[in-house]
Design a protein around this ligand. Structure first.
Ligand code: GUE
Length: 288
Protein backbone atom coordinates (compact mmCIF):
# COMPACT_ATOMS: atom_id res chain seq x y z
CA UNK A 1 0.00 0.00 0.00
CA UNK A 2 1.19 3.50 -0.75
CA UNK A 3 -0.11 6.56 1.03
CA UNK A 4 -1.88 9.47 -0.57
CA UNK A 5 0.41 12.48 -0.19
CA UNK A 6 -1.62 15.55 0.76
CA UNK A 7 -1.36 18.40 -1.73
CA UNK A 8 -0.78 21.22 0.74
CA UNK A 9 -0.49 23.92 -1.91
CA UNK A 10 -3.95 23.14 -3.23
CA UNK A 11 -5.54 23.08 0.25
CA UNK A 12 -3.79 26.26 1.33
CA UNK A 13 -4.66 28.01 -1.94
CA UNK A 14 -8.34 27.20 -1.45
CA UNK A 15 -8.48 28.53 2.10
CA UNK A 16 -6.45 31.66 1.35
CA UNK A 17 -8.85 32.45 -1.47
CA UNK A 18 -11.76 32.23 0.99
CA UNK A 19 -9.92 34.46 3.46
CA UNK A 20 -9.08 36.97 0.74
CA UNK A 21 -12.77 37.28 -0.17
CA UNK A 22 -13.73 37.81 3.46
CA UNK A 23 -10.98 40.41 3.90
CA UNK A 24 -12.28 42.21 0.84
CA UNK A 25 -15.79 42.35 2.32
CA UNK A 26 -14.49 43.65 5.63
CA UNK A 27 -12.42 46.32 3.85
CA UNK A 28 -15.57 47.46 2.06
CA UNK A 29 -17.21 47.82 5.45
CA UNK A 30 -14.34 50.08 6.50
CA UNK A 31 -11.92 47.77 8.31
CA UNK A 32 -8.68 46.41 6.92
CA UNK A 33 -7.30 43.61 9.12
CA UNK A 34 -3.78 44.45 10.31
CA UNK A 35 -1.00 42.23 11.65
CA UNK A 36 2.18 43.34 13.41
CA UNK A 37 5.08 40.89 13.52
CA UNK A 38 7.91 41.55 15.95
CA UNK A 39 11.26 39.93 15.28
CA UNK A 40 14.07 40.39 17.77
CA UNK A 41 17.52 39.30 16.62
CA UNK A 42 18.83 38.03 13.33
CA UNK A 43 18.15 34.29 13.24
CA UNK A 44 18.06 33.56 9.47
CA UNK A 45 15.30 30.90 9.72
CA UNK A 46 13.08 33.31 11.68
CA UNK A 47 13.72 35.99 9.08
CA UNK A 48 12.40 33.66 6.35
CA UNK A 49 9.22 32.82 8.31
CA UNK A 50 8.58 36.46 9.11
CA UNK A 51 8.95 37.44 5.47
CA UNK A 52 6.53 34.63 4.48
CA UNK A 53 3.97 35.86 7.01
CA UNK A 54 4.13 39.47 5.80
CA UNK A 55 3.85 38.34 2.18
CA UNK A 56 0.84 36.13 2.94
CA UNK A 57 -0.87 39.09 4.64
CA UNK A 58 -0.37 41.33 1.65
CA UNK A 59 -1.63 38.67 -0.75
CA UNK A 60 -4.78 38.34 1.36
CA UNK A 61 -5.37 42.09 1.24
CA UNK A 62 -4.39 42.69 4.85
CA UNK A 63 -2.20 45.39 6.29
CA UNK A 64 1.04 44.16 7.83
CA UNK A 65 4.07 45.65 9.46
CA UNK A 66 7.27 43.96 10.54
CA UNK A 67 9.28 45.34 13.46
CA UNK A 68 12.86 44.10 13.16
CA UNK A 69 14.76 44.81 16.35
CA UNK A 70 18.48 44.18 16.88
CA UNK A 71 19.46 41.17 19.04
CA UNK A 72 20.65 43.42 21.87
CA UNK A 73 17.26 45.15 22.27
CA UNK A 74 16.25 45.21 25.95
CA UNK A 75 13.18 43.49 27.33
CA UNK A 76 11.88 46.91 28.35
CA UNK A 77 12.06 48.17 24.78
CA UNK A 78 10.16 45.13 23.51
CA UNK A 79 7.50 45.62 26.19
CA UNK A 80 7.11 49.26 25.24
CA UNK A 81 6.68 48.33 21.57
CA UNK A 82 3.99 45.81 22.60
CA UNK A 83 2.19 48.54 24.58
CA UNK A 84 2.25 50.76 21.50
CA UNK A 85 0.89 47.98 19.27
CA UNK A 86 -1.82 47.14 21.84
CA UNK A 87 -3.06 50.73 21.54
CA UNK A 88 -2.69 50.94 17.74
CA UNK A 89 -6.13 50.79 16.08
CA UNK A 90 -4.72 49.65 12.76
CA UNK A 91 -3.27 46.53 14.38
CA UNK A 92 -5.65 43.65 15.15
CA UNK A 93 -3.05 40.91 15.57
CA UNK A 94 0.38 40.91 17.25
CA UNK A 95 2.92 38.14 16.88
CA UNK A 96 6.32 38.06 18.54
CA UNK A 97 8.49 35.58 16.67
CA UNK A 98 9.64 32.76 18.94
CA UNK A 99 12.21 32.21 20.33
CA UNK A 100 13.54 35.66 21.28
CA UNK A 101 17.19 36.13 22.39
CA UNK A 102 17.98 34.62 25.80
CA UNK A 103 18.04 37.87 27.79
CA UNK A 104 14.35 38.39 27.00
CA UNK A 105 11.74 36.61 29.13
CA UNK A 106 9.39 35.32 26.44
CA UNK A 107 6.49 34.65 28.81
CA UNK A 108 6.67 38.20 30.12
CA UNK A 109 6.42 39.52 26.57
CA UNK A 110 3.50 37.24 25.74
CA UNK A 111 1.70 38.27 28.94
CA UNK A 112 1.97 41.89 27.81
CA UNK A 113 0.07 41.31 24.56
CA UNK A 114 -3.61 42.31 24.66
CA UNK A 115 -5.35 38.87 24.60
CA UNK A 116 -7.78 40.14 21.95
CA UNK A 117 -4.76 40.71 19.65
CA UNK A 118 -2.94 37.47 20.52
CA UNK A 119 -3.34 35.74 17.16
CA UNK A 120 -0.79 33.07 18.14
CA UNK A 121 -3.04 32.00 21.04
CA UNK A 122 -0.02 31.98 23.40
CA UNK A 123 -1.44 34.31 26.11
CA UNK A 124 -2.55 32.48 29.30
CA UNK A 125 -6.10 33.85 28.92
CA UNK A 126 -6.39 32.35 25.45
CA UNK A 127 -4.70 29.09 26.46
CA UNK A 128 -7.21 28.90 29.34
CA UNK A 129 -10.15 29.46 27.01
CA UNK A 130 -8.82 26.77 24.70
CA UNK A 131 -8.57 24.23 27.51
CA UNK A 132 -12.04 25.16 28.78
CA UNK A 133 -13.47 24.76 25.29
CA UNK A 134 -14.61 28.38 25.17
CA UNK A 135 -14.66 30.51 22.05
CA UNK A 136 -11.50 32.32 21.08
CA UNK A 137 -8.37 32.10 18.98
CA UNK A 138 -7.02 28.67 18.14
CA UNK A 139 -3.24 28.16 18.04
CA UNK A 140 -2.11 28.32 14.41
CA UNK A 141 -0.20 25.07 13.89
CA UNK A 142 -2.64 22.77 15.73
CA UNK A 143 -5.61 24.55 14.12
CA UNK A 144 -3.96 24.02 10.74
CA UNK A 145 -3.60 20.31 11.43
CA UNK A 146 -7.31 20.02 12.31
CA UNK A 147 -8.16 21.98 9.15
CA UNK A 148 -6.10 19.56 7.04
CA UNK A 149 -7.85 16.55 8.61
CA UNK A 150 -11.32 18.04 8.09
CA UNK A 151 -10.72 19.16 4.52
CA UNK A 152 -9.39 15.72 3.66
CA UNK A 153 -12.52 14.15 5.17
CA UNK A 154 -10.63 12.33 7.93
CA UNK A 155 -12.99 11.33 10.74
CA UNK A 156 -11.56 12.37 14.12
CA UNK A 157 -14.42 11.49 16.45
CA UNK A 158 -13.81 8.22 18.30
CA UNK A 159 -10.41 7.69 16.64
CA UNK A 160 -7.19 7.09 18.49
CA UNK A 161 -4.96 10.13 17.93
CA UNK A 162 -1.37 10.00 19.12
CA UNK A 163 0.65 13.21 19.41
CA UNK A 164 4.44 12.95 19.67
CA UNK A 165 5.75 16.06 21.41
CA UNK A 166 4.46 18.14 24.32
CA UNK A 167 5.60 21.69 23.53
CA UNK A 168 3.49 24.67 24.53
CA UNK A 169 3.33 25.74 20.88
CA UNK A 170 2.30 22.47 19.24
CA UNK A 171 2.06 19.21 21.21
CA UNK A 172 -0.05 20.31 24.18
CA UNK A 173 -2.56 22.49 22.31
CA UNK A 174 -2.71 19.83 19.57
CA UNK A 175 -3.84 17.27 22.14
CA UNK A 176 -6.47 19.74 23.38
CA UNK A 177 -7.87 20.37 19.91
CA UNK A 178 -8.03 16.66 19.09
CA UNK A 179 -9.84 16.10 22.39
CA UNK A 180 -12.31 18.82 21.44
CA UNK A 181 -12.97 16.88 18.24
CA UNK A 182 -13.77 13.77 20.33
CA UNK A 183 -10.65 11.77 19.56
CA UNK A 184 -9.10 9.49 22.15
CA UNK A 185 -5.76 11.19 22.67
CA UNK A 186 -2.39 9.87 23.78
CA UNK A 187 0.66 12.12 24.12
CA UNK A 188 4.17 10.66 23.74
CA UNK A 189 7.36 12.54 24.58
CA UNK A 190 11.08 12.15 25.20
CA UNK A 191 10.48 10.10 28.39
CA UNK A 192 7.95 7.73 26.84
CA UNK A 193 9.00 4.10 26.87
CA UNK A 194 7.97 1.72 24.08
CA UNK A 195 6.97 4.60 21.87
CA UNK A 196 6.54 2.46 18.75
CA UNK A 197 4.12 0.22 20.59
CA UNK A 198 1.89 3.21 21.35
CA UNK A 199 2.23 5.11 18.08
CA UNK A 200 1.52 2.00 16.02
CA UNK A 201 -1.97 1.95 17.52
CA UNK A 202 -2.74 5.42 16.22
CA UNK A 203 -5.38 6.07 13.58
CA UNK A 204 -4.05 9.63 13.43
CA UNK A 205 -0.40 10.31 14.25
CA UNK A 206 0.79 13.92 14.69
CA UNK A 207 4.54 14.35 15.01
CA UNK A 208 5.94 17.58 16.47
CA UNK A 209 9.34 16.94 17.97
CA UNK A 210 11.99 18.60 15.84
CA UNK A 211 14.15 15.58 15.05
CA UNK A 212 14.70 14.44 11.48
CA UNK A 213 13.50 10.91 10.67
CA UNK A 214 12.40 10.17 14.23
CA UNK A 215 9.34 8.31 12.99
CA UNK A 216 9.86 5.24 10.84
CA UNK A 217 7.76 2.44 9.43
CA UNK A 218 7.73 0.58 12.75
CA UNK A 219 5.90 3.50 14.39
CA UNK A 220 2.97 3.57 11.98
CA UNK A 221 -0.13 1.40 11.71
CA UNK A 222 -0.92 0.43 8.10
CA UNK A 223 -3.41 2.92 6.67
CA UNK A 224 -2.89 5.53 9.41
CA UNK A 225 -3.02 9.29 8.81
CA UNK A 226 0.42 10.81 9.48
CA UNK A 227 0.79 14.57 9.99
CA UNK A 228 4.38 15.81 10.10
CA UNK A 229 4.82 19.13 11.92
CA UNK A 230 8.63 18.89 12.02
CA UNK A 231 10.87 21.37 10.25
CA UNK A 232 14.51 20.24 10.17
CA UNK A 233 17.51 20.33 7.88
CA UNK A 234 18.93 16.97 6.84
CA UNK A 235 22.63 16.16 6.37
CA UNK A 236 22.55 17.87 2.96
CA UNK A 237 20.90 21.01 4.32
CA UNK A 238 17.56 20.11 2.77
CA UNK A 239 14.30 20.84 4.63
CA UNK A 240 12.73 17.72 6.10
CA UNK A 241 10.19 16.77 8.74
CA UNK A 242 10.28 14.44 11.74
CA UNK A 243 8.97 11.53 9.68
CA UNK A 244 11.09 9.31 7.46
CA UNK A 245 8.83 10.15 4.54
CA UNK A 246 10.05 7.57 2.00
CA UNK A 247 9.73 4.69 4.48
CA UNK A 248 6.43 5.72 6.07
CA UNK A 249 4.80 6.49 2.73
CA UNK A 250 4.71 2.74 2.13
CA UNK A 251 2.65 2.09 5.26
CA UNK A 252 0.49 5.15 5.92
CA UNK A 253 -2.87 5.82 4.29
CA UNK A 254 -2.48 9.58 4.13
CA UNK A 255 0.66 11.63 4.79
CA UNK A 256 1.73 15.30 4.74
CA UNK A 257 4.94 16.32 2.94
CA UNK A 258 7.57 18.67 4.41
CA UNK A 259 7.91 21.31 3.08
CA UNK A 260 4.59 22.29 1.55
CA UNK A 261 1.79 21.43 3.95
CA UNK A 262 1.71 22.11 7.70
CA UNK A 263 4.00 25.19 7.46
CA UNK A 264 1.94 27.11 4.89
CA UNK A 265 -1.23 25.96 6.67
CA UNK A 266 0.09 27.48 9.91
CA UNK A 267 0.47 30.84 8.19
CA UNK A 268 -3.03 30.46 6.75
CA UNK A 269 -4.46 30.02 10.25
CA UNK A 270 -2.58 33.13 11.33
CA UNK A 271 -4.40 35.05 8.58
CA UNK A 272 -7.67 33.50 9.73
CA UNK A 273 -7.08 34.62 13.33
CA UNK A 274 -6.13 38.12 12.23
CA UNK A 275 -9.31 38.34 10.16
CA UNK A 276 -11.35 37.20 13.16
CA UNK A 277 -9.66 39.71 15.44
CA UNK A 278 -10.45 42.50 12.97
CA UNK A 279 -14.06 41.39 12.74
CA UNK A 280 -14.44 41.47 16.51
CA UNK A 281 -12.85 44.85 17.10
CA UNK A 282 -14.84 46.16 14.19
CA UNK A 283 -14.61 49.64 12.90
CA UNK A 284 -11.32 50.77 14.33
CA UNK A 285 -9.11 50.39 11.28
CA UNK A 286 -8.17 52.30 8.14
CA UNK A 287 -11.18 53.83 6.45
CA UNK A 288 -11.33 53.40 2.70
N1 GUE B 1 5.24 33.58 17.66
C1 GUE B 1 5.49 32.61 16.79
N2 GUE B 1 4.48 32.07 16.06
C2 GUE B 1 4.72 31.09 15.13
O1 GUE B 1 3.79 30.60 14.47
C3 GUE B 1 6.07 30.64 14.95
C4 GUE B 1 7.08 31.23 15.74
N3 GUE B 1 6.76 32.19 16.65
N4 GUE B 1 8.36 30.84 15.61
C5 GUE B 1 8.78 29.86 14.64
C6 GUE B 1 7.66 28.90 14.28
C7 GUE B 1 7.88 28.20 12.95
N5 GUE B 1 6.77 28.61 12.11
C8 GUE B 1 6.67 28.29 10.77
C9 GUE B 1 5.65 28.75 9.95
C10 GUE B 1 5.61 28.47 8.62
C11 GUE B 1 6.57 27.71 8.01
C12 GUE B 1 6.52 27.42 6.55
O2 GUE B 1 5.78 28.01 5.81
N6 GUE B 1 7.37 26.51 6.05
C13 GUE B 1 7.47 26.19 4.64
C14 GUE B 1 8.94 26.18 4.20
C15 GUE B 1 9.63 27.47 4.46
C16 GUE B 1 11.11 27.42 4.08
O3 GUE B 1 11.38 27.25 2.89
O4 GUE B 1 11.95 27.54 4.98
C17 GUE B 1 6.87 24.83 4.35
O5 GUE B 1 6.74 24.01 5.28
O6 GUE B 1 6.54 24.55 3.21
C18 GUE B 1 7.58 27.20 8.81
C19 GUE B 1 7.62 27.48 10.17
C20 GUE B 1 5.98 29.47 12.81
N7 GUE B 1 6.43 29.66 14.04
Amino acid sequence: MTAEVINGKELVGEIREEIKNEVHQLVQQGTQPGLAVVLVGDDPASAVYVRNKAKACEEAGMYSEVHRLPAETSEEEVLSLIAKLNADERIHGILVQSPPPKHIDEQKVIDAIDPSKDVDCFHPVNVGNLVLGKEGFLPCTPAGVIEILKRKGVEIKGKHAVVIGRSHIVGKPMAMLLLREDATVTVCHSRTSNMAEITSQADILVVAVGRAKLVGKEHVKPGAVVIDVGMNRDENGKLCGDVDFEAVKETAGLITPVPGCVGPMTITMLLQNTLEAARKTGKSSVRV
